[in-house]
Design a protein around this ligand. Sequence first.
Ligand SMILES: [Zn+2]
Length: 123
Amino acid sequence: MSSTISESQLEARLLAEARARRQAFWHSLLALDARLAAELHRLPPDEWADVAALAAYPQLHTHLKALRQVDAALCQWQLGLYGLCSDCEAELTPEQLWQDPCRQRCAPCEEKYRKAQHGAWEL
Ligand SMILES: [Zn+2]
């Protein structure tokens, strides 16, 4: 029994994740500001996170973060850099990417990163 996940499966997984995150974001925005939501709909989805007017809605912060993560992952896919740890460039396993298509770091770097973030919050 092989658990090998193919590249095309990972790509489909990433695209599905992008769709899901964009949809969730857009519906939350629609509930807050229908006019802005309609404006965004006319833009390419990878530009949504950069729309300045969104800063008026701090409640969208988590959604925006999720959008930026998936935009970055899609960009890495296009550049052929998908699945590499952003800190040490180690290859992430297909299983790790399947679990979280937007994963940016290998386990040791993720731990270091979290500790650094935690430290920053404490200051
Ligand atoms: Zn790493």
